[in-house]
Ligand binder design. Sequence first.
Ligand SMILES: C[S@@+](CC[C@H](N)C(=O)[O-])C[C@H]1O[C@@H](n2cnc3c(N)ncnc32)[C@H](O)[C@@H]1O
Length: 414
Amino acid sequence: MIEVELTDIGHGGVAVGRAPDGRAAMVRFGLPGETVKVNVTEDKKRYLKGDAYEVVGEPSVHRIAHPWPEAGPGGVGGADLGHVEFSWQTEWKTRVLQSQIRRIGGEELAEHLRSQGIEPRVRGFEQDAQTNGWHTRTRVDLTADGCGRLGMYREGTHDVIALERLPIADPRIEELGILGRGAAGRGWDFGPGTRVKAVAPSASEPVVVVGRQVLDAHGEPAETPFVHERVSLAGREYDYRVRADGFWQIHREAATAISALVLEAADVHSGDHVLELYSGAGLFTLSLSTAVGDNGTVRAIEGNRLAVETARANLRDYPRARARTGKITPRMIEREGYGTDVLIADPPRTGLKIEGARAAAQSDARRIVLVSCDVAAMARDVAAMVAAGRRVLALDSLDMFPNTSHFEVVTTLA
Ligand SMILES: C[S@@+](CC[C@H](N)C(=O)[O-])C[C@H]1O[C@@H](n2cnc3c(N)ncnc32)[C@H](O)[C@@H]1O
């Protein structure tokens, strides 16, 4: 173990400081202002990474005992901010958001946002204060250990730590009885190494996906491989049927909150032609389709064939929208961007990348909405669009992953 004085917050759930030999140290489970004893997990020439096991001297006023010790130092991933008092987690993330804008986006982007009167901040869901952000995830990926008990990987390894509790998950997931030694007695039988996904949807019963099989709460094969989700938005209800093993927003409030943000940011007019990239099962497509009215169109493009099939079924009553399978590339964005009034993109963590962002910026769209789940990718993509002549109108950031270092950013550009 080495001792590190932590002075700042870095990207990826770490506090940063200097190791005794002068190398940069990135430390999980520390807080700025603390001196901590660190178990080094990655030892590189110019930097090291590790977990803080002990605070030397005064702990930060923002430190709490991690409510889920199995996800603390040396434990499973999934709650790397569990040691930070909940009310300060949005401040932690705001510092990361602002520093990534400066570091990755550069002083030009920071200055551009200032000139637009934008002060980037991360905000949480009001409802989350009641549970300090715990019990909010409706989807959890688990793996069975050598004895068939479900758990998660020890951070950075492929060792499974069996878990008795899942404080990150919607309580309906623990109620399935799939965790702990008692699971076998309740009829659950997982072979060593089996991958399991537990899902607690908003509009149907919880299910367990084991390999390719979808099981109901009693461990019996479910009637369908789909679950149901519902989003209430602008006085309407949108119903979705999604594959139990497919992508859907994880936080119980996220699908509604992010759809509302996107719809407002997109400012779609009746008759508009909307291009939606990375459209998944059609979460945004339905409300966008309502917004374009009888004369507009929504072209939704997504790489996963099964997600597109699901989106098509969800869009059955929305004839103005079409979903199609396609690999999104800068060339494709360039081609599809002609004649587009509003462009929406919700890419995976890698973001649009510079060429993709440039192609989006050069499209005909009078408005672009970029949804980013990685802040560094967001800063790079937005900087590229601003450099290509676009203007940021708004930058909203939501803490959709409490007790972890992740958050979502929605950027609106003209
Ligand atoms: C963050 S999800 C967004 C889905 C949807 N907007 C939602 O909120 O449910 C990103 C989506 O991008 C798709 N995707 C990833 N890389 C892609 C690519 N190169 N071309 C097309 N789709 C891609 C994934 O299959 C996934 O559905």
